[in-house]
Design a protein around this ligand. Structure first.
Ligand code: PLP
Length: 415
């Protein structure tokens, strides 16, 4: 019997939702699987797996161009998914949602189509010290090309941004600010409302990397006030290879295309071409049709469970895991922000994170070990890597207990 605690007394029981994820019932190394790597990629519920298969089985065809029924049905489902994503983040208009491969592609699109044409040598792009590589490297590439400068607002010992420092770095040369909503390496929830407000006051447009925001928190882009928000479907219980960028329509409409090709044009001649309106302007070529449709189903699923419910459940687990991990002698938690989502990174004296990850795997516990694509964060805390346990809506106290027990095995192993 599961020991999971119902998270909203009498209304929602996470144990019920666990059954929706077939992979969780599969043993790992002859033990029950404790999957604690949702920040890297979440597992998929049956309804998402079915939606993708059903699309291919029952009504798949290329979208937008077809006059026949299959194509019309695929188009409706694909565009329906766009509307669901718009609702998920409270976008005012579904035309503001661009389907892309994921967060990485979204940041690159904004860097290339929005920021690049607006940069002069000496201009600045502001980010924070806790960014994922996908919200660092595109800006570095842009700076190299244009002579602009990347400015970083550092993080403190808890792994938090100092809002006054951030505000202080918004100067007359700042042309754009990009910040992560929730750090994948530390779990820190950034005060994005305040950060965006500070940027707006300084007349600086913003992008929020919501790769770890949308899966863990209820997101309202209008309340945040940012100009762009992006996320990846695979971290939201949806398929990989599909994600979304939300952007204000007036900005999207003023932006150059990101890639040229079919679908993104109004007409083409050898003398020149005219481009489609957003979002099609940014969706060149045949997209991940079934993936987008299944992402729409993942959005339905998450909304049915309730984003606030998920956040509350993960928070309870985070508190439980933090308390249990703190009992382990020689264990140091990296990232102790006052506002944290369901991500917990740590190091253990005398054992390399990769060795820990391998031993945990033998015990049926799947965690991530490494730099989590956030090498500057590792450098900030003076560690080469961490072990990271991250939670999804399906995790329970048994998973945390399995992690803690396996860590005692690691300690035995390393003496
Ligand atoms: N940003 C954050 C905070 C992430 O955690 C990740 C993935 O781990 C990304 C960006 C990149 O996402 P993707 O690889 O899906 O493009």
């Amino acid at each position: 019997m599961s020991t999971v605690t119902p998270i909203t007394e009498g209304t929602v029981d996470i144990a019920r939702y666990r059954q929706d994820f077939p992979v969780l019932a599969r043993p790992m190394n002859d033990r029950p699987l404790a999957f604690l790597d949702s920040a890297a990629s979440a597992q998929k519920p049956e309804c998402v797996i079915d939606a993708e298969a059903r699309c291919y089985r029952e009504y798949y065809a290329n979208i937008h161009r077809g006059v026949y029924q299959l194509s019309q049905r695929s188009t409706e489902a694909y565009e329906g998914a766009r509307a669901k994503v718009a609702e998920l983040v409270n976008a005012p208009d579904k035309r503001e949602v661009v389907f892309l491969r994921g967060t990485t592609e979204a940041v690159n699109l904004v860097a290339s189509s929005y920021v690049r044409p607006r940069l002069e040598p000496g201009d600045e792009i502001l980010i924070t010290g806790m960014e994922h590589h996908s919200n660092i490297v595109p800006w570095q590439l842009l700076c190299e090309e244009t002579g602009a400068k990347l400015v970083v607002s550092p993080i403190n010992d808890r792994g938090e941004v100092d809002i006054d420092d951030f505000r202080g770095r918004l100067g007359p040369r700042t042309k754009f600010a990009a910040m992560v909503h929730v750090s994948n390496a530390l779990g820190t929830i950034n005060p994005v409302h305040e950060m965006v407000a500070a940027a707006r006051e300084a007349g600086v447009p913003t992008l929020v990397d919501g790769a770890q925001g949308v899966p863990h928190l209820a997101v309202d882009v209008q309340a945040i006030g940012c100009d762009f928000y992006c996320f990846s479907g695979h971290k939201l219980y949806g398929p990989s290879g599909i994600g979304a960028l939300w952007g204000r329509f007036d900005l999207l409409r003023a932006m150059r295309p990101y890639q040229g090709g079919g679908e993104m044009i109004r007409y083409v001649s050898f003398e020149g071409s005219a481009f489609a309106a957003p979002p099609q302007r940014f969706e060149a070529g045949t997209p991940n049709i079934a993936g987008a449709i299944a992402l729409g189903v993942a959005v339905d699923y998450v909304r049915e469970v309730g984003q606030s419910t998920i956040a509350a459940h993960e928070h309870t687990l985070l508190e439980y895991a933090t308390a249990r991990l703190e009992e382990i002698d020689g264990l140091r938690i990296i990232g102790t922000a006052r506002e944290k989502a369901g991500v917990i990174s740590f190091v253990l004296k005398g054992a390399h994170p990769h060795d820990i990850g391998t031993i945990l795997d033998q015990e049926g516990v799947a965690v991530r070990a490494g730099h989590h694509c956030a090498q500057p964060v590792m450098e900030r805390f003076g560690v080469p890597a961490t072990v990271r346990a991250s939670f999804g809506l399906y995790n329970n106290r048994d998973d945390v207990d399995a992690l803690v027990n396996a860590l005692y095995r690691v300690k035995e192993f390393f003496g």
